[in-house]
Design a protein around this ligand. Sequence first.
Ligand code: GTP
Length: 456
Amino acid sequence: MKLTIRAKLFLSHFFAIMFVSGSIGSYFYGSAIENLENSLKSRLRNSAALLSKSFDTKELDLIQNEQNKSLPEYEKNLQLIISYASSNDDIAFIYIMRLRDGLVEFVLDSDQVNPARPGEIYKQNIPELIEGFASVSVDSSITTDRWGSFMSGYAPIGGGAAQYLIGLDMKADDVSNKLQDLKTKGLLSLLMSLILAYACCYYLSRNFVYRIRRLHDQCGDLIHADPKDVSVKGDEIDDLSDVFSVMLESFQKNQEILEAKVTERTEEVNKANRNLMIEVKARKQMMEQLRDLARTDYLTTLINRREMTNILRSVCIDYKVHPKPFVVTLMDIDDFKNINDCYGNGVGDEVLLSLCKRLSAMLDTKEVLARWGGEELLFLMNDATLTDAALRAEALRKTIEGMEFSVDNNIVSITASFGLAEYEVERGLDATIKEAGLALYRAKRLGKNRVSIEDS
Ligand SMILES: Nc1nc2c(ncn2[C@@H]2O[C@H](COP(=O)(O)OP(=O)(O)OP(=O)(O)O)[C@@H](O)[C@H]2O)c(=O)[nH]1
């Protein structure tokens, strides 16, 4: 398994710190141990050297065996080493030895419990002790004899024929305690270093990869996936790279889906637009038809009375600006009831339709024709005086009189009566139409099939 960056960071820093702090600690620990030992040895050496000056070899020469214990020199020198030993807590025993014929024997011993006797041979062969008869020396390590374990310092007591030395024993326990104390402190320091190194490395590695991890998780959120599912086991950069790849794939897929949707929607919108255009066109046509229906007569397809009224009103308005004469001509088919009665209303409709078509075809550009009601038609004759209009009406009348309508193998003829009135501003439109109606009525009364003009 590949180690994570966090683990690598943690371990590398941890080992680096431990290596550096361990090296420094070991150096200082070793130095401290050495210093302590050197200090102890130095103190032993110095104390031994100092004490060695306090004794006279001539007096020591007198102390040869146990019988000499009664000598004042014995007592005096014994008290001297006892007082030295008791005045210094570090020192367990002080003793004076003599080297004679290659053998080492005790002269004085400060031990009051189990003292060595004057002349008692010290059997252990300790090189530093032997060296102490010639020069100041100190044990290189702790030595053990019947009095216990000690580290000792030795200094020669000079001058006499025999060789003497003074020895000082420091209890090994004290030495060990001091060393142990140092070791405990060293271990505590090491432990503290470990904890500190662990904490530092933990936070360092955690903070270092925190942003990478957060980016990784955010990418996972973006693709709605658990980042663990898309990451092959690797370090944080590998995981980030994996999640980026998946995110890229997801984005590309989404892009494709989005593009497909856009195309689909665009097609739908275009289709809807086309349909809308068709619908708009149909509605427009329908509106046109409705408008035509509203302004035309359903049977004759001529404009109806409402539309003609509007046209007449607008002509009256124009008249105020450009006063050109115009005539309102009402036309009514004579005895139309008879056609209906003889041939039926269907035939009456056909005759009416056929007549209107023929009249429409005869209109000039200045004339407008409308179905005014029933079998009654209204001609608007623009730019025409009453005389012009009467001539035109007469011509129309004659034409109608000559028309033949083929119905059910029968030939039907009709006549029509006309009533004319010229527009005058003072009279107004409604009165003009009314006047035309009166003229028409007069034409009917006078026998029909004729043109009648207003009475004025
Ligand atoms: N078939 C048909 N008949 C219509 C239409 N409009 C009106 N008429 C008929 O026209 C006739 C008009 O009758 P009247 O008012 O007595 O007029 P007339 O018979 O023409 O007699 P005069 O006007 O006096 O010459 C009625 O019978 C109406 O039903 C139509 O659109 N179709």
